[in-house]
Design a protein around this ligand. Sequence first.
Ligand SMILES: O=C(O)C1=C[C@@H](OP(=O)(O)O)[C@@H](O)[C@H](O)C1
Ligand SMILES: C=C(OP(=O)(O)O)C(=O)O
Length: 395
Amino acid sequence: MKAKINSSYIEGKIRAPPSKSLGIRLIFLSLLTKVNLYASQELSDDLLVAKNAVNTLKNGGNYVYLGGSATTLRMLIPIALALGKKIKIDGDETLRRRPLNAIIKALKSAKFSSNSLPLIIEGKLEEETVIEGWESSQYISGLIYAYHIIGGGKIRIIPPISSKSYIEMTIDLFNRIGSDVKFEGNEILVNPRPLRGYEGEIPGDYALASFYALASLLTGGKIEIFGLYDPPDYFGDHNIVEIFSNMGAKSYYSSSWIVESTDEYSPIKINVNDVPDLAISIATLSSVANGCSEIQGIERLRIKESDRISTIISTLGAFGVSAKYTNDNITIKGIKKEKILKGSIICPSDHRIAMMAGVLSLIHGGEVDNAECVKKSNPLFWQDLIKLGGKISLE
Ligand SMILES: O=C(O)C1=C[C@@H](OP(=O)(O)O)[C@@H](O)[C@H](O)C1
Ligand SMILES: C=C(OP(=O)(O)O)C(=O)O
């Protein structure tokens, strides 16, 4: 599918897409306590594969297909071992490229038939796991679940720790429903307690909602995004509200996220190691900032759905914005909105890159081929933009 986009003005009120990260966590939580999720909209591909994976575990199946969801894959590995399952796992070609080295090295009593998908896992989980923290936090979230399944355990993380906010998200979820998980220094202690259940909607996703915010910021508009969770106190995706405000936008949270464009945005210098999914959103606003922005801590963006160091730079380039990579940083030279070009990209099977090109195209037009790849996290992305005033045709 190709999205053909004309210059638009984005304004209105919209529900945030359900959180990819919280949704997957809540689905896995149903292995441990009663979970009843209400779906206000069509589920994304990643939530669907997580649901299928959990159903397979519950029904005693021995094969799961995970599409492109690395969060589901990397959480599932320790969880399946904790449940004593031997299971074959596969995924699409983006997931087959995602590394699994740190977990293979860490799980000494498990057998992996290969070091990437497709693979068969079997074995058991020891009471303490020592794992390198650089490659992905998703293993550590999975281990926290796994230790709830086997009655407790300890995780020792060898620093540096990447994507720390997502470890905090997992711990916060368990502690809110009654468990006792402590994160001290580089160690996590899981001391399971009886868990309360969860009933309700999947809360909204700040990182995905940020593309609606960007759509209004880039087109002189104003928007209200509802359905988000109240910002917790760790540094996480919800801090995008403050980051956009620091860049000069009107942006604040008060039961919903209120965003209003201003005449000029300031450049930013920020390290995204704790919140890697925000890199693309920050890069997008940096393209029209009044000066050079520097996004640091980005080396691991190479091992996402696409090599995001190169896809961020090439997508900005397609709209006339120059950016370069040096030594764990991307530097983006902002230009005036009037100078943004009509751009065109073929999306490299990366939902966030499609969304980035989609909102940049709202300025002076553009085209996104392979536009359906937004389904990974937000199947309503294009329809929502149209509802908000986007002049978009899907062919
Ligand atoms: O735990 C999670 O929900 C996630 C963790 C992050 O991955 P890494 O820990 O691999 O950086 C993030 O990029 C991903 O989109 C979601
Ligand atoms: C990296 C991402 O997802 P995952 O690792 O879950 O595939 C993402 O959504 O940007």
